[in-house]
Design a binder for this molecule. Structure first.
Ligand SMILES: C[S@@+](CC[C@H](N)C(=O)[O-])C[C@H]1O[C@@H](n2cnc3c(N)ncnc32)[C@H](O)[C@@H]1O
Length: 235
């Protein structure tokens, strides 16, 4: 379904090397996604080159960052981006796909089973509720793509990260603006902003990766409930 040499060539400009097995798994994942998408709406991007650039390459750029290791949670995993692609690229990763929508969780389970991926946990949870349960401060890394603006996303993700771990947000061209609005929230939640990495994807999209380290425990008052987070994002 995908054009493997084309994806390989694009990856090589970023020093990302894929094995034959990984290319086969990505190809199979594209087929599973497009096929399942006919029954359940998962993505608007279904053409091979769109999947290669906007889903696979974007997720691989995230996956190749040095902080992507150990136990990771993908908050709002949706159709598996960046989580499933990251697991294909770094099979040793312990991955939790956190997603509140039942039909998407069913898809994630189905896709991982079909791809033979092991070491994946499925959490049918909203992040702010999961952080009040067994998942609080359990992860080396939390990430999310296309879930919420950074002040809200910080309150979803940082409480899930253990002290010493990282929150690596996948933002678009508004990353710097969102960061300016989120600085207070990051601090209140026990995080420390480290750096921004700006990457230019094929087709002109900008990917901004915002890295925050967890330097102290999140106060027990956070995360607040979902309504409060949405109504009055932390400042
Ligand atoms: C636009 S989709 C993005 C999915 C995927 N990350 C991607 O980039 O293709 C946003 C996803 O976030 C999930 N979501 C929204 N609020 C959430 C929350 N509070 N905790 C966890 N997931 C959430 C939604 O159910 C949805 O699947």
């Amino acid at each position: 379904m995908i054009d493997k040499p084309r994806l390989e060539a694009k990856c090589s400009t970023w020093n990302i090397t894929l094995t034959g097995t990984q290319l086969d798994q990505l190809d199979a994942f594209a087929e599973i996604l497009v096929d399942y998408n006919q029954k359940v709406n998962l993505t608007a991007i279904t053409d091979p080159e769109g999947i290669e650039d906007k889903h696979f390459l974007d997720s691989l750029l995230f996956a190749s960052q040095p902080e992507v290791a150990g136990r990771m949670v993908d908050v709002g995993a949706g159709a598996g981006f960046p989580g499933i692609v990251t697991k294909i690229y770094k099979p040793e990763l312990e991955l939790t796909l956190m997603e509140p929508t039942g039909k998407r969780v069913e898809f994630l389970k189905y896709a991982c089973a079909q791809l033979g991926l092991t070491g994946v946990e499925f959490a049918k949870e909203r992040a702010e509720e999961a952080a009040r349960k067994a998942w609080r401060e359990q992860f080396d890394l939390a990430s999310a793509r296309a879930v919420a603006a950074l002040p809200m996303l910080a309150e979803y993700c940082l409480p899930l990260v253990k002290v010493g771990g990282n929150f690596l947000a996948m933002k678009g061209s508004s990353g710097e603006e969102e960061l300016a609005a989120a600085r207070g929230a990051i601090k209140k939640l026990g995080g420390e902003y480290k750096e921004t990495r700006t990457l230019h994807l094929p087709g002109g999209d900008t990917r901004t990766l915002i890295l925050c380290k967890k330097i102290s425990q999140t106060p027990t008052a956070y995360p607040r409930n979902g309504g409060k987070i949405a109504k009055s994002p932390l400042k």
